[in-house]
Design a binder for this molecule. Structure first.
Ligand code: KG4
Ligand code: ZN
Length: 352
């Protein structure tokens, strides 16, 4: 099955064509980062306007790159998939409406996809075909600018949320810290880079909180407090620390970055440890922009090795938002089931 995928949930306009879940025929991503950089974060109105301007060209490029010989490349695909949530409403609307229009005009099936499921599927892209019995049950961790969640997957279309952040997402924690330290946007890559300059023994020279969620904290049904995390206290602790000890040099800033990053990495790795210890999983998949973080990769690899569960990480180009993960998941049968998807609307807070 060959699927055209469209993604526009946040600040990337993306389209891709994927065959049978894993073979990426094309993947085009237009990143709006430079547009949002002056504001230190994503501005929804700017994001949606830019999606509108770019989406058509991006879809056409993905189709022609996938089928350079074809005079009507849309004819070559079996279905059209798009993210219908979660994400920014005005951004989601652009990609979802484009997909609806193409589906209506071409008569091809429309497949709604949950963005979080797709992040977990991203680890399979460009790999050999997936043998479900070797992959599932799977522990999934999606870490991005908008989400931090632990999920149990038993099939490409079967997910159960076990834990999540109760306030800021991990990427948001990185971005807010970088803003506070004057390091620019997005913060994760800069902090990752700056932190690498600090020697091992200085990694924990500042103690930051690790985001424990009290066992009696009220949580939605089915969530386990031990697999939930809170990053807002970390941000406050950073602010307090910087007010009392304003960094005097690049070395001071680097020392703060590394300790802050360590706190986020430890918080996530500890919960991964609990999830792997208390469940039986064949694989551990980690997706989302923050999964590019070198220290996080190292820490999660160590946890996975201890539990002898293979760690599946996405290729760097599929860690951030992209449409190959949308088309890939849909062509593997992981889209959301809908009687009449043309009547579906976007859902900015679509649950896992
Ligand atoms: O998945 P993504 O591209 O978009 C969302 O769905 O949010 O993730 C973007 C997030 C940003 O917060 C960015 O700071 C973070 O991923 N990020 C990183 C790294 N690269 C990107 N965080 C930590 N270390 C990195 N190397
Ligand atoms: Zn994402």
């Amino acid at each position: 099955m060959i699927v055209l995928g469209i993604e526009s949930s946040c600040d990337e306009t993306a389209a891709a064509v994927v065959r049978d879940g894993t073979q990426v025929l094309s993947s085009v991503i237009y990143s709006q980062v430079p547009l949002h950089q002056p504001y230190g974060g994503v501005v929804p109105e700017i994001a949606s306007r830019s999606h509108i301007e770019k989406i058509r060209g991006i879809i056409e490029q993905a189709l022609t790159e996938a089928f350079p010989e074809s005079s009507n490349p849309l004819d070559e695909v079996d279905a059209i998939a798009a993210t219908c949530g979660p994400g920014l409403a005005a951004s989601l609307l652009v990609g979802w409406s484009a997909a609806k229009g193409l589906a209506l005009a071409s008569g091809k099936p429309l497949i709604p996809v949950n963005h979080m499921h797709a992040h977990l599927w991203s680890v399979q892209l460009d790999r050999a075909s997936v043998q479900p019995e070797a992959v599932y049950p799977q522990l999934g961790l999606a870490v991005s600018g908008g989400h931090t969640c632990f999920v149990e997957a038993t099939a490409p279309n079967a997910y159960r949320l076990m834990g999540q952040t109760i306030d800021d997402a991990a990427g948001e924690a990185f971005d807010k810290a970088a803003k506070l330290l004057g390091l620019g946007y997005p913060g994760g890559p800069v902090i990752d880079r700056v932190a690498r300059t600090v020697p091992m023994e200085l990694r924990r020279s500042i103690a930051f909180p690790q985001g424990k969620v009290a066992a009696d904290h009220p949580l939605p049904e089915g969530l386990r407090a031990e697999l939930c995390v809170s990053f807002s206290g970390l941000k406050t602790a950073l602010l307090t620390y910087v007010r009392k000890n304003p960094p005097q040099s690049e070395a001071d800033t680097a020392r703060i970055c590394v300790a802050y990053q360590e706190a986020i990495v430890d918080a996530i790795a500890k919960r991964a440890e609990i999830a792997l210890r208390t469940g039986r999983y064949k694989t551990f998949a980690v997706g989302g922009g923050v999964s590019l973080n070198a220290r996080l990769r190292e820490a999660l690899q160590a946890v996975a090795d201890r539990h002898r569960v293979p760690l599946l990480l996405a290729q760097a180009r599929y860690c951030g938002d992209n449409a190959a993960m949308i088309a890939g998941l849909a062509s593997a049968g992981g889209g959301l089931t809908a009687d009449n998807p043309l009547e579906w609307d976007i859902d900015p807070s679509l649950p896992v």
